[in-house]
Ligand binder design. Sequence first.
Ligand code: ADP
Ligand code: MG
Length: 391
Amino acid sequence: MNIHEYQAKQIFAQYGVPTPRGMVANTPDEAVKAAHELGGNIWVVKAQIHAGGRGLGGGVKLAKSIEEVKELAGEILGMTLVTHQTGPEGKLVQKVYIEEGADIKDELYLSVVLDRAQEMPIIMASTEGGMDIETVAEKTPEKIIKVTIDPSIGFQGFHGRELVFGLGITDKNEQRKMIDFASKLYKVYMDKDAEMIEINPLIKTGAGDFIALDGKMGFDDSALGRHPELEDMRDISEEDPDEREASQYGLSYIALDGEIGCMVNGAGLAMGTMDTINYMGGTPANFLDVGGSANAETVAKGFEIILKNPNVKAIFVNIFGGIVRCDRIANGILEATKLVDVHVPVIVRLDGTNAPEAAEILKNANIANVIAATDLADGAAKAVAAAKGEL
Ligand code: ADP
Ligand code: MG
């Protein structure tokens, strides 16, 4: 789950990570009220969407008067903002964040992410903040510092020194402030079960202070159960509606852009199924793991979600009966075809516990659209042929 910039900054503030003062607004009038309350004479109006690159897309604008705050909030609210992270369809802006204008001397980059290869969190930092960090990583990777933190010892003094020396910070006061900043951010990361926190830019002000000018946070969905305060920050209008519906039924669903809908149990088998479809010359339309407790209802829901995608030309059901018995799944498929109008060929490969019984059930039911497969390769080949209209 991801949250908005203004929410990330609320969390930062709770941990003493410095952020500019700001207030969220849903209408131009609320934006005016926020600007009055914040005071000062320069404000920044920032679109709140779950995507970066807002500045380049016209979603972050500077206002030098209250009238201008109102005008810009009016322009940005309701616009469909297109950035390099939203895809060409863009995202509708429903909230803006009104923030005091900051005195920017330097723009740095700082993030805490999980390094899956090392199985530990790392702090990444760069003096080249503010711009596209992916380009920095690609063209001048030496400008990105990585400090690995073993969670069993936590953030220590030597991590801080590695960071500030790497960033070329020589002033003692600034070193102390940056180390303090990074150690607090690490604490946020661990406490909140975050998957990533990214601050780009982290600015140094004219007065030599470090402030989080932007904030992006993503959390481990599996840990949300112990963070009711984060569940409250969820903005479902930012999430893929099909993926959300699937998760309500305990299905893990990720939409892709191919033609063959996949219904599989277990993430490993789902990945293997997608690979095999590709190998046979087809393209998967989705990743779908129906989990260990697949039944008629979840199978029907799976069909329904897969069939919402107009690109789907065939469905490949590839289920291994371990705990779940194949005859139950076969009955589930029959039930599901009654509940949902399945208008594309469904290739079914069931193996494992009670597979012969399952084959018998499907054979006896004799449903025109349902085609049995003997193994993974046979199933994938049939699904690819069916998607091409050759079956
Ligand atoms: P995004 O990364 O989505 O483009 P940012 O929050 O990083 O959005 O804002 C883009 C740029 O706008 C920043 O790099 C910074 O130069 C400027 N900016 C953002 N917030 C402020 C602020 N409060 N004061 C001054 N400039 C700002
Ligand atoms: Mg940014």
